[in-house]
Write a protein of this length. Sequence first.
Length: 126
Amino acid sequence: MPDITRRHALGAAAALAVTVGAPLTAAVAVADDHGGPGDHGGHQDPQAFDEVYRGRRIQGHATEGGGHHHGAGYAVFVDGAELHVMRNADGSWISVVSHYSPVPTPRAAARAAVDELQGARLVPFN
């Protein structure tokens, strides 16, 4: 019987992590987006929010004119500084802070940015 290589072990571990994590990711998406008014073709219009998350004030609301750049008419702020967000074709959202980690809503993008900033101030992106 051949010995298992490190590459095979890591590949198997990654496959297991993806398999186990997929139901969890779906559950988080369902918990964060509840459908209802504004749900068009599986992509719900995001709701406005204003809350304190981990000691930081995060806010989000619809804007007129399609937003600044690719925000799909939605603005997000962390402690008053604009967090640039973009809606992907699949309905997920990314931000300039967590560009490679799509999340289901702008609120989740704001929370992910706060987590990533680890207490640092969000610098305006011009």
